[in-house]
Design a protein around this ligand. Sequence first.
Ligand code: 5AD
Ligand code: SF4
Length: 491
Amino acid sequence: MKDVRTGTQSQWQRKRVFIRTYGCQMNVYDSDRMADVLRPLGYALSENPEQADLVVLNTCHIREKASEKVYSELGRLRDLKAERRRGGSDLVIAVAGCVAQAEGEEIIQRQPAVDIVVGPQAYHRLPELLARAARATDARRADGRRRPGAGVLDTEFPAESKFDHLPAPSDVRAGSAFVSIQEGCDKFCTFCVVPYTRGAEYSRPATSVLQEARALVAAGAIEITLLGQNVNAYHGEAPGSSNVGLGAGSTWTLARLIRALAEIDGLARIRYTTSHPRDMFDDLVAAHGDVPQLMPYLHLPVQSGSDRVLEAMNRGHGRNHFRRLVDRLRDIRPDIALSSDFIVGFPGESDVDFDDTMRLVEEVGFASAFSFKYSRRPGTPGAALDGQVAESIKTARLAALQSLLGRQQRDFNTSKVGATVPVLFAGAGRKPGQMLGKSPWLQSVFVEGNADMIGRLATVRLLAAHPLSLAGEIATDGLPARAGGPFGVAA
Ligand code: 5AD
Ligand code: SF4
């Protein structure tokens, strides 16, 4: 019998999908949503491509290396597909994510084994794309042509948001869940592909975010991380308002949303990522001071400490704005830890500009950070700028910056030794009998324990600091649900 949804013979057969995720947390979230869309079609998750009927590569285009990895993986999958075909079966290959959006048709030309190319706004149409790909393959087989795939492409940005079409997330992993509240970006930093691959800024209505959050807490989440490419630009439609013809006041800010989430009984931890220094509005800074569930950790990408470079990057703020913001956050929440993103070797970056970045890092002090060499992305304004920096200079600057940031991370971890803190346990550690969890500052903490601890908060005394983690011991078992706020931590 034909499956009307996929056009294959396998309606009652259990199928398997392997999803490989590259890049950011948005992609991790999207991969889970794709799994949700595919589940009703009979697809269970596979641990590896070898056992899968369908492989989805959820790609990242942010830096050149990230997209090149995709093509080498596609080469391996082409061989696997050819082997399957020799054995009389098949492997469907789909490319999703930002490389799919940016390169579209080119992917199919460069790797004809690819069956489906689907952009980040079209995942709800995966069932249809699978059916179309299956039909196209059948047609080519009937023609006696040997080309393995038939290349179905969907990189349209729909008028309505994909949030309206995707199934609500149901899985809570170890007490933690993600809720995507915002997509796309209108900031157009001159180095970044996101405004092109993810489209215009869109905020999800507050009602739908709150509904999803309540359902996740009911399903066991005690920590929710709000996700968005530019999450603090959030301006979602207010509950009960259609927003049509309504002026200011008909939308909610991120701070308002956080305050409403804090009302949900049982939700002990709230986080959000990724934010822009320009959108740290007063009400959000204030929320860090008086919402105990909002964790004292903020990822706030600054990219550079040089005003000249920040201007060329079109960041819309200078180094003093960032410094003042950090001071205000620390005034209102003294134990707040900061993390950031940095780019070295942006076109035109001089030794003096780079020194400004190093000085900013020294002055601010970061608990952790991501740092990258500038990667020239076709189609972005930065790619066309004069003064591209030599690779050897980028390498040297990155090494210097990472050594400073690494030292700061170790110092931050060391500063917490002796403290007693709430830790949310996520799973087993590397050694037998070890459990791994997260501190309020997103540090990895390992203790001796057992699987019963997974998805629970426990009070841990921190005993020793390592560069990327801390060792601790359980102080008492379990904490009140609201622990982890400003007064839940005794140093
Ligand atoms: N080159 C290097 N790093 C980049 N990022 C974004 N675009 C580029 C690029 N072209 C970094 C920024 C951003 C993070 C997600 O990736 O630091 O904050
Ligand atoms: Fe990219 Fe800048 Fe938008 Fe962040 S704010 S997603 S770096 S364009």
